[in-house]
Design a protein around this ligand. Structure first.
Ligand code: FE2
Length: 328
């Protein structure tokens, strides 16, 4: 019965003009736990009913490409700028004012999508087993003998893969491959995701890990003495990649007006303040009080490598490379 209902729903949503005027269909690569309340508040404030399909960002990007102009989606909210870049041809162009209101490092210069929050890659490490002078200056240093069997990574994780794509864009295919092989030769330990790397450090399995900035805050908020800390590499290092979650309007949507209201809501002070405090991510508009777990904004700008987020869209090439070196 449930299946039949779901099928009817999908059919109704895919008939052009069948959607009620005051609805919006959102494909969300962002998890419901964090953003469910944002959607609920958007509905309450605007009176627009949101139909949300939650799934992985890469999975939804593939689905959008398959559906083409038949997609029931009005907007795609992704947690990786690379996925937004890959889908950009399917997005309607946004008025320039949307991105002009956003802080420079997060902005999409092509106006195909708008960032909704920022996240940076960090090095997490054991407070107990790592001294200040053991910290690597560059992510490239992690292939050195002194880091053998001490480093965690998560090759199947989307944010890690976006980082590898950025590595390929900035330093080239050969350098990216050499780094991956160097890490494998150094017995980097494979974990399922970001959180398990942090737990692995706390449990004494490894001393370092490569994750997004907002994970550690979840552990520290429930245990102030949690034995893991985080830092960035030297200024400009690709290991500090700044990425975004962001949203675009599907060009074939007949509901552009509500889609635009949704984007405006996500960039409002209310939504931005919630995302940084609850999610430990960087707000993308000025004037928001950042989560205290975050680097000051000026520092973030200084340490981030200069990569156009739109350019890190070749996930296929990264997956091929990861398969080539035996990580997938
Ligand atoms: Fe994440």
């Amino acid at each position: 019965m449930k299946k039949i209902l779901a099928a009817c729903f999908a059919l109704a949503m895919s008939v052009p003009g069948a959607a009620l005027a005051n609805e919006i269909t959102i494909y969300s690569g962002r998890g419901e736990a964090l953003i469910g309340p944002v959607i609920a508040q958007f509905e309450a404030d605007t009176g627009i009913k949101a139909n949300v399909r939650y799934a992985g960002t890469a999975e939804l990007a593939t689905l959008l490409q398959e559906e083409g102009d038949q997609s029931p989606a009005d907007v795609f909210w992704a947690q990786d700028g690379g996925a937004l870049g890959a889908i950009a041809p399917l997005f309607a162009e946004l008025p320039a004012e949307v991105n002009e209101g956003v802080s420079a490092p997060f902005r999409n210069v092509n106006n195909k999508w708008a960032p909704t929050s920022g996240r940076s890659r960090v090095l997490v490490f054991s407070k107990e087993r790592v001294q200040e002078d053991d910290l690597p200056a560059s992510i490239n240093d992690l292939t050195e003998e002194k880091y053998k069997v001490r480093v965690a990574w998560a090759p199947t994780n989307g944010s890690f893969q976006a980082f590898v794509t950025a590595f390929r864009v900035v330093h080239g295919e050969e350098a990216a491959k050499a780094w991956l092989e160097g890490m494998i030769a150094n017995d980097a330990k494979v974990y399922r995701n970001n959180g398990t790397q942090i737990e692995g450090i706390a449990n004494g399995e490894v001393d370092f890990g490569l994750v997004n900035n907002y994970y550690l805050g979840r552990y520290v908020s429930s245990d102030a003495d949690f034995p893991v800390d985080q830092t960035h590499f030297e200024a400009g290092d690709i290991g500090n990649l700044l990425n975004v979650a962001g949203v675009g309007i599907v060009a074939s949507s007949e509901n552009q007006e509500n889609a635009r209201k949704f984007i405006d809501y996500l960039l409002s002070a209310t939504a931005q303040q919630y995302i940084t405090i609850e999610g430990n991510e960087y707000p993308v508009v000025p004037g928001i009080i950042q989560s205290p777990t975050l680097e000051p904004f000026d520092k973030l700008e200084e340490i981030s490598p200069k990569v156009e987020i739109d350019q890190i869209d070749d996930l296929e090439g990264t997956l091929a490379l990861l398969r080539d070196v035996g990580l997938l």
